[in-house]
Design a protein around this ligand. Structure first.
Ligand SMILES: [Ca+2]
Ligand SMILES: [Ca+2]
Ligand SMILES: [Ca+2]
Length: 175
């Protein structure tokens, strides 16, 4: 005589299916997160190469192409809403800097690159920036500090353990 599933058997089957489904979803999320991180790293690498080109063509530190010593500074205290606002001071400055680099390189940057989470890339120009207690220790008239480029990561704000940060070796000799 055939018998149906008992309630216990049904519950076990449901539990197993739930576990399998959850594991699959987590797997998909992890793969997608890894793909986003890899894209951000690739974008950053491309931008660094373009910044280098601007540096070589102009013969000057990046800050002279962007006309800023801290493109990202208007973004540092921004909330997610502000980062999402294309008219915010953060975005205006970012577009101005990209335009400056394109002027120097003959339009090597296509559009205004955003990271995989929709934020502009953050740039702090530091090479030949005379501030912040920095000194020209070897007295050659060049302040050799590293420019920094980063993605805010999935949380779209500075910090939180998900920033992807690259420091750019200055073209001038290190002090
Ligand atoms: Ca700076
Ligand atoms: Ca120096
Ligand atoms: Ca972050």
């Amino acid at each position: 005589m055939k018998r149906g599933f008992t309630l216990t058997e049904l519950l076990i089957v449901v539990a197993i299916m739930t576990i399998i489904t959850t594991a699959s979803i987590i797997g998909v999320i992890n793969v997608s997160r890894r793909a986003s991180t890899e894209r951000a790293e690739k974008d950053i690498q491309d931008l660094v190469e373009t910044f280098h080109t601007a540096r070589v063509i102009s013969g000057k530190a990046l800050r002279y192409s962007t006309n800023y010593t801290c493109t990202e500074c208007d973004c540092r205290t921004d909330t997610i809403n502000q980062i999402n606002n294309l008219n915010s001071a953060c975005w205006v400055r970012y577009r101005t800097s990209i335009d400056g680099v394109n002027n120097a390189t003959g339009d090597l940057i296509n559009g205004y690159p955003t990271d995989p989470w929709g934020s502009p890339y953050m740039l702090d120009e530091n090479e030949e920036e005379r501030c912040c207690g920095r000194t020209d220790t070897n007295g050659d008239g060049r302040w050799c500090f590293r420019d920094r480029l980063l993605s805010l990561g999935a949380n779209k704000v500075f910090g939180g353990g998900d920033d992807i940060t690259v420091y750019i070796t200055p073209e001038c000799e290190l002090d």
